[in-house]
Design a protein. Structure first.
Ligand code: ADP
Ligand code: MG
Length: 348
């Protein structure tokens, strides 16, 4: 049975719909990400879970108990914000122990739990430091320890890594997953960063303008996006405007060139686009079929990967290849052939 349930949750702010008919059931110990662009309703949904906002309609249940209207401090949830929100006048240890002190726990218990939490985030040696004597990454680990100290049933994180440098962000991302799995705690993680969502989550909820677009595992979201928005938001994708040429054979035309791209019965006469991920395309002419030819428009080095953009009859096609295979890329303006594996293409 699902531990946490959101049933038909909606939220409006003086006429503006921030979240519309949000439904989700979260299992115990699951790591769920809310992923979507800025303003799509991620924070609002998280704040309704935490008890900082009351839904306009719908219910929230935890272990079959309705907590839609319950105050935040009665919900047994821990929350971590982007801005750390530590108490500046308290030491690291006092920050971590704050929730337990408010709850009136005995001193010995608080001390034991604080040490346990500081060990968990590997910051025992920093117990007496104040927040302004700690790095951003350390402050955020402390905020995590503070949220966990009350032993919440659910951990809520709102873009907890966005204020940190790239390297620390990556370290702390792995740290969050390690701690979450170690504790087996049900976690909701808000982010606009698809890489974070893909690498951390058991399941991802992709949102747009307050509406869920797709719920699925990282593999499902990436390999079978529920629509163009998800396909474009998660990873890179070519969406090429094509015209149907031979419906039975699944053949379409891009500019003046023909290509086999798969089924289009499901399209019902809508304008057709050919969807294919840049890393699925193959460089060069493959004997047999399904090659398009064009001219190289640009070559961009992205570290491990090189992205080549090819102008095919006025349409730009992106192709990614690993750096070590990219030694013999012709110069910009040169002719170039791309092979489209049939199984990697779909029509939308
Ligand atoms: P996200 O976290 O995905 O960036 P938010 O949940 O913060 O999105 O915001 C969703 C929408 O709700 C936005 O249009 C935002 O302007 C609006 N919104 C959020 N909080 C309030 C508020 N307190 N008052 C009015 N509008 C709000
Ligand atoms: Mg937000």
């Amino acid at each position: 049975m699902a531990q946490l349930e959101l049933n038909h949750i909606s939220k409006s702010f003086s006429g503006t719909i921030a979240v519309h008919d949000f439904n989700l059931a979260v299992e115990t110990g699951e790591f769920i990400s809310f992923l979507g662009p800025s303003g799509c309703g991620k924070t609002t949904t998280l704040r309704m879970l935490a008890g900082f906002e009351i839904p306009t309609s719908g219910t929230i249940r935890l272990d079959n108990r309705d907590l839609t209207l319950l105050p935040a401090n009665k919900r047994n949830m821990g929350m971590v914000f982007q801005s750390y929100a530590l108490f500046p006048n308290m030491t690291a240890a006092q920050n971590v122990g704050y929730g337990l002190k408010v709850a009136g726990k005995p001193k010995a218990e608080i001390e034991g739990r604080v040490n346990e939490m500081l060990d968990l985030i590997q910051m025992r040696d920093f117990a007496r430091r104040y927040p302004n004597q700690l790095s951003g990454g350390q402050q955020q680990r402390l905020a995590l320890a503070r949220a966990l100290a009350i032993r919440p049933q659910v951990l809520l994180l709102d873009e907890p890594l966005s204020a940190l440098d790239a390297k620390i962000r990556l370290e702390l991302r792995q740290e969050i997953r390690r701690i979450q799995q170690h504790l087996g705690i049900t976690t909701i993680y808000v982010t606009h960063d698809q890489e974070e969502a893909l690498s951390l989550s058991d399941r991802i909820v992709v949102m747009r303008r307050g509406v869920i677009q797709q719920v699925g595992t990282p593999q499902q979201i990436y390999n079978n996006p529920a629509g163009d928005f998800v396909a474009e938001f998660v990873g890179h994708i070519n969406l090429l405007p094509v015209e149907v040429d031979q419906p039975r054979q699944g053949i379409v035309r891009l500019g003046s060139q023909l290509i086999r791209a798969g089924q289009f019965e499901h399209l019902n006469g809508r304008p057709v686009r050919l969807a294919v991920r840049p890393e699925e395309l193959k460089s060069g002419f493959v004997e047999g079929a399904n090659n398009l030819t064009g001219k190289i428009e640009s070559v961009t080095y992205l570290g491990a990967i090189v992205r080549i953009r090819v102008d095919v009859d006025g349409h730009l096609v992106s192709l990614d290849m690993f750096n070590e295979r990219a030694l013999n890329i012709p110069a910009v303006g040169q002719p170039y052939a791309i092979h489209f594996p049939v199984g990697a293409c779909w029509l939308t």
